[in-house]
Design a protein around this ligand. Structure first.
Ligand code: S3P
Length: 172
């Protein structure tokens, strides 16, 4: 079985994923890093040089490659991965547990405002107010997909240790 972490940008997928993997004795893979290693290029440069449609195409390709070639991994996705090309349908139809790391728009916006340089979708947003406006609308659109995960964990005001314990107890 593989565990697939989904959620909006800034929801802590990579940090929580690597801690969870250690705790469960699973291998950890971050899909964005996996794409960067395989393509020899950063996500920002892929967006810049080849555009978002190309990125979504290869994102699906590497998602399928990664899940079909591995077992007992914790895989953290990019924020948009579950929202394109029936990716979540694929994840849920194979031997994986999809877990939505839910948080609220204000908390996510605060985190993203401090750390948006390497995130092509939000790197040009220069005020916290604009960030909240963007994230609120975008999260609303994306939650339709995120809500299809097999397990939802409410992460608001919880630390990564509590979140991992909750994930493990939900998996059992
Ligand atoms: C994206 C999120 C990013 C990365 C890319 C697109 C998105 O991953 O895949 O910039 O569409 O939300 P993180 O969620 O790890 O920031």
């Amino acid at each position: 079985m593989n565990i697939v972490l989904i959620g909006y940008m800034g929801s802590g997928k990579s940090l929580i994923g690597s801690y969870l993997a250690k705790k469960m004795n699973y291998k950890f893979i971050d899909l964005d890093k996996y794409i960067e290693i395989n393509e020899g290029c950063s996500i920002s440069k892929i967006f810049d040089y080849s555009g978002d449609i190309y990125f979504r195409k290869i994102e699906t390709k590497y998602l399928i490659k990664c899940l079909s070639e591995n077992n007992n991994i914790v895989l953290s996705l990019g924020g948009g991965t579950p929202c394109y090309n029936d990716n979540l349908k694929y994840i849920n139809s194979t031997n994986n547990s999809s877990i939505y790391l839910k948080n609220n728009n204000v908390e996510l916006s605060k985190r993203l405002f401090k750390n948006n340089d390497n995130r092509p979708l939000i790197s040009t947003i220069k005020s916290e107010k604009k960030m909240i406006e963007f994230v609120s609308k975008h999260l609303f659109e994306r939650e339709v997909f995120y809500n299809k995960a097999s397990i939802t964990i409410n992460c608001y005001k919880k630390d990564i240790y509590d979140i991992c314990d909750l994930i493990i107890s939900n998996l059992n």
